[in-house]
Design a protein around this ligand. Structure first.
Ligand code: SAT
Ligand code: MN
Length: 618
């Protein structure tokens, strides 16, 4: 077990034993894999001994109705207008707990800070457990302890993974029931996997001074243990998501030869029936979900261009016979609400019209949820995300307000979503919010330079994480907050994965967020990004031209000749590579890369020097 429940003290655990003993999931699991079932029984028992809950509830069905009923009774959920938003609810989180907290997020090992590198917080495992144990002890007194066994990935996929989250929080349970697979359908996959990541989450008192989101990749027999306390918010508390599917997964992936990435994944359909699978890594709240739900503009739709969704946030990539195949480990969205409208993202609007849990949005007098960007005007009467009457100052919905909805409600879900083998990926996009420098798109000259482009990403911070918004920071591959080990080794792993691929995805840098001198966006974005994807598909299938620049190939302006409403002059500005600007960008990047010391791969320095030389000769 991970922690000494009560050193020296003998507790009577028979009550807990009989509660756990009733679990059908455990008894079914026992038939498939006795060892895993016994070890899960023991983990639940020991966790209960430490947390001392009033009772234990196993989540072993995907029926959410009882849970929701209970949450409505306690006020944890408010029912929305059931005519407009059937089976949909609002949850208001604690006001001090509304976004991921990177400063409180730790990777803990028995080695040294070098294990996690300069972009992560590190703590020695023993020290962390010393801090956490007293916070956890008896923290579920009088509360229910929910146990949620979940499965990440398509059912039966050898690329999937099993996890168990133990939590006192029904909102966390409800979200897990949407964003992961739970219930009897997962028992077989779970048992066959033979191990699981264990997550323990306790609300405690929501004391922000004692908030910890800790990862122990070495514990739980090397499968990984996650402990999160004093927070109930999204990525801090839904441990399947960033904690398991990224931080724990990245480290395992580096050892086992696969990749866990903060990437959306779509299938692009061309008029001639060609399908091209494209991933895109963008920091939280930078348009990843919108891109994953893209609708072609009318002119392209008429011709037959369309997009289907596999993943909006996380993609796991395995190389099979030299070809990278991607799966979505998740089964639901936890997407940013503000600025979502029928204009910007009609598919999201359709998806969240029913069966949706909203977190921290505003509410009008008819019980209809509201957020900035939903409609032109504020409704006459509105209650803000904290439940106070909205007086027009500040934001009505929290900038990081979210929707949780099953992917099954998405109107254009790929038929390959459930394919246990995943889909073959042809292109990686890297991007983020950059008001200047980065052109609309360019293509790297090689895999290694593509890894460099990913590693070079400097983008503006967003409301998805606590702290200031709009600050430019290095966020390699949009993975700075989500890599569970030293990022220098993560870069090295990327380079090596390229070696394992016979057909390497082409790698692009994209930027939808360039602004003019008056601060207005130059590119309309959203559905217009389909023109950019069209060029990507053209490149993949050797149909589209590229013009050489210092940093890579850019599309000729003619590629965008049919774009309506954007002046050709603006397009050419958007595609211009500011060579001098990139030279200073590389200097900035160099100092960031140097923070990794000797762990930084020489091979990436070589790619860096090549690009730098080109910025001097172009
Ligand atoms: O809060 S989450 O980490 O789940 C969302 C995000 O920041 O991407
Ligand atoms: Mn994300």
């Amino acid at each position: 077990m991970f922690i000494d429940a009560e050193p020296g003290a003998e507790r009577d655990l028979s009550g807990y034993k009989s509660m756990i003993g009733k679990s059908e999931f455990l008894s079914d699991l026992r038939r498939i894999n006795r060892e895993v079932s016994d070890s899960l029984f023991e983990d639940i028992l020991q966790t209960a001994a430490l947390l001392a809950p009033e009772n234990i509830v196993m989540i072993e069905s995907d029926d959410r109705s009882d849970l929701i009923k209970g949450m409505l009774e306690t006020g944890m959920l408010l029912e929305l207008n059931q005519n407009e938003y059937p089976d949909s609810y609002l949850h208001r989180s604690n006001v001090n707990d509304v976004a991921r907290s990177e400063k409180d997020t730790f990777i803990c090992t028995t080695g040294s800070a070098d294990d996690v590198g300069p972009t992560n917080n590190w703590m020695h495992t023993e020290k962390a457990l010393k801090i956490l144990t007293p916070l956890l002890r008896n923290s579920m007194n009088g509360k229910t302890m929910y146990v949620v066994p979940y499965w990440l990935g398509p059912k039966g996929s050898s690329f999937g993974d099993a996890g168990v989250e133990i939590t006192n929080n029904a909102y966390v349970v409800l979200n897990l029931m949407i964003i992961t697979k739970v219930g009897p359908e997962i028992t077989e996959s779970f048992g066959k996997k033979g191990s699981y990541v264990l997550g323990v989450h306790s609300t405690c008192t929501l004391d922000s001074q004692n908030r910890y989101i800790t990862h122990f990749p070495e514990l739980n027999d090397g499968k990984g243990l996650i402990i999160s306390v004093n927070t109930d918010y999204g990525g801090n508390a839904l441990l399947s998501k960033k904690c398991h599917a990224l931080r724990i997964a990245t480290r395992r992936a580096s050892r086992e030869g696969w990749m866990a990435e903060h990437m959306m994944l779509i299938g692009l359909n061309e008029p001639d029936g060609t399908k091209t699978y494209i991933t895109g890594a963008f920091p939280s709240s930078s348009g990843k979900t919108n891109l994953s739900m893209i609708v072609a503009p009318e002119e392209l739709k008429k011709l037959g261009w369309a997009s289907e969704l596999i993943s909006d946030d996380i993609t796991w990539i395995n190389v099979v016979n030299g070809v990278p195949f991607g799966i979505n480990p998740e089964s639901g969205f936890f997407g940013v609400v503000p600025q979502t409208s029928y204009k910007t993202n009609p598919n999201a609007m359709k998806t969240i019209k029913s069966n949706t849990v909203f977190t921290n949005v505003a509410l009008d007098s008819n019980g209809v949820p509201f957020w900035e960007g939903k409609e032109e005007k504020y409704p006459d009467e509105l209650w803000d995300w904290t439940g106070k009457k909205f007086d027009g100052t500040g934001k009505a919905a929290h900038p990081n307000s979210r929707f949780t909805t099953s992917v099954r409600q998405y109107p254009y879900l790929s038929q390959d979503f459930d394919n246990p083998s995943g889909v073959p990926i042809s292109a990686f996009l890297y991007g983020g919010r950059r008001r200047d420098l980065v052109p609309l798109i360019y293509e790297s000259y090689s895999w290694d330079e593509g890894v460099l482009i990913g590693a070079m990403q400097r983008v503006e911070t967003t409301a998805a994480s606590t702290g200031q918004v709009g600050i430019l920071r290095n966020d390699p591959m949009a993975m700075r907050p989500f890599t569970g080990y030293n990022m220098a080794r993560y870069f090295d792993h990327h380079l090596k994965m390229g070696d394992a691929m016979k057909i390497k995805p082409r790698i692009y840098n994209v930027n939808w967020f360039r602004k003019d001198t008056e601060g207005k966006f130059l590119w309309p974005g959203y559905s217009y990004n389909m023109y950019v994807l069209r060029w990507v598909a053209g490149r993949v299938h050797s149909k589209a031209k590229g013009i050489e620049t210092a940093v890579g190939y850019v599309p000729p302006v003619e590629e965008f000749r049919d774009v309506k409403g954007v002046l050709p002059k603006v397009i050419s500005d958007l595609l211009r590579v500011d060579t001098k600007g990139f030279r200073s960008e590389l200097e900035e990047t160099e100092s960031f890369f140097k923070t990794f010391g000797t762990a930084f791969p020489e091979r990436l320095w070589a790619a860096f020097r090549k690009m730098k030389e080109r910025t001097e000769s172009f």
